[in-house]
Design a protein around this ligand. Structure first.
Ligand code: NAD
Length: 395
């Protein structure tokens, strides 16, 4: 695997974090593709003044700057051997459409994190543009919790996962890519056998909508004073943890059904939610007894509050937060769509989708199936003409 130029897409929290991390572990060229709004101009101006983007990780500081920044894909994607998309899932398709004309045949493109159904959209765009030799991968989660402190200047890396998994298409590049990324990102990256695992094992789809549902169902209009804003993870009650457990069990039931229908598909890494928390946060969870205590006593989750928006002197739940706008159409609805193909019922996931999609002003499910008016916006296999399990399990 010869990687001499890496292009990072986007200028959000994750892109800010990844740039100095890569710079510290890679001696080739790093480009930054910033097509969104006036980000490219803004970023260039600040980085020219400050010279470096500084990432703070605990006591340590690391530095980095891109070699080239552009609003235009043709300036920064033509020579890229590896393109990283540390972006919200709703930006994947737009970004891919902009970069696809300029991709070299051997380029590898990765979504960090993939969320669900990334392969359906990416492979269709590559095929439509006759770039089928381009390879793709997705990461199961973002390896860090990170927040921009000052745009193009300072980012805080607050927590780092012990290990993160990736899946790639074609499968044969996965192990070599995982080895390369382990060195590049300074973190253990483990290979997965297929991209379907990424969709089913996308834990954000359970945790984010599930906790939002638990915290705010029936309390949509409640106004909170600043100190009353519910803690997100520490606010997981026994009842909320039971909802999360049932959602996780429904996905495990779907996984089992797919394995029954096709014995060769390897879905061993689709874990129950508690097992995943223990795998990802072994060292930061104090009380490992129950699913609820795994949330409540995880130091990586301490103090994080539910998303809210300010209204006069009060705060209301923010239903336009990514916990719903990303994790419903690029998460739970995709899983529901795969379940519909496999003929598996998911009553609690249906209920969470129905309630939370109303909150975000969308309709995905109608009359029990995926026929709501906004279903075209969700990254479900059916929207890419994939209507049977055989096609879903080949990626
Ligand atoms: P972010 O909101 O900071 O990203 C915003 C950036 O995305 C923008 O600055 C822009 O560059 C780009 N963007 C947004 N809309 C776009 C569009 N329509 N077209 C093109 N570009 C667009 O997001 P983030 O915090 O960096 O998160 C990236 C991904 O990582 C998300 O999937 C998120 O859920 C996940 N994640 C983030 C964290 C974290 O701590 N930040 C933790 C876990 C997972």
């Amino acid at each position: 695997m010869k990687i001499e130029t890496i292009t990072i897409c986007g200028g959000g929290n994750a892109a800010h974090a990844i740039l100095p991390i890569i710079r510290n572990n890679f001696s080739g060229k790093i480009n930054l593709f910033l097509p969104y709004g006036n980000e490219a101009t803004h970023f260039k101006k600040i980085i020219d003044e400050k010279r470096f983007l500084t990432a703070t990780i605990g006591e340590k500081e690391i530095y980095g700057r891109p070699d080239k920044v552009s609003k235009f894909a043709k300036d920064v994607c033509k020579e890229a051997d590896l393109i990283l998309m540390p972006l919200p899932a709703f930006a994947h398709e737009q970004t891919l459409l902009q970069i696809v004309p300029f991709l070299k045949e051997e380029t590898i493109i990765g979504a960090i994190p993939a969320r669900s159904g990334f392969e359906y959209a990416a492979l269709k765009i590559l095929k439509d543009n006759k770039k089928e030799k381009v390879k793709i991968f997705g990461m199961q989660t973002l390896p860090w919790a990170c927040r921009i402190k000052e745009y193009a200047s300072k980012v805080d890396i607050l927590g780092k996962k012990r290990s993160v998994r990736i899946a790639a298409f074609p499968y044969k590049i996965t192990t070599e890519l995982a080895t390369f990324l382990t060195q590049l990102l300074d973190l253990k990256i483990e290979p997965l056998p297929n991209m379907l695992t990424l969709s089913l094992a996308n834990v954000g789809q359970i945790i984010h909508p599930g906790i939002m549902y638990g915290l705010f169902k029936g309390k949509e209009e409640v106004k909170y004073r600043r100190e009353e804003i519910p803690l997100f993870y520490q606010g997981v009650t026994k009842e909320i943890s039971e909802t999360l457990k049932v959602m996780s069990d429904e996905i495990l039931r779907l996984t089992k059904r797919i394995k029954t229908l096709n014995h060769d598909v390897d879905l061993e890494h689709v874990m129950g939610l508690k097992d995943w928390l223990l795998y990802s946060y072994e060292d930061s969870i104090i009380d490992k007894k129950t699913l609820q205590t795994c949330f409540n006593t995880n130091s990586a989750y301490q103090g994080l509050r539910a998303p809210v928006k300010k209204e006069n002197d009060y705060f209301l739940p923010n239903f336009q937060a990514r916990y719903l706008t990303e994790d419903i159409p690029f998460g739970l609805v995709v899983t529901k769509a795969i379940a519909q193909i496999a003929k598996v019922d998911m009553p609690i996931i249906d209920e969470v989708i129905l309630t939370t999609s109303k909150w975000i002003g969308k309709e995905y499910i109608k009359g029990g199936s995926l026929e709501g008016k906004d279903i075209r916006d969700a990254r479900i296999p059916q929207n890419y003409n994939i209507n049977n399990l055989e096609e879903i399990i080949i990626y």
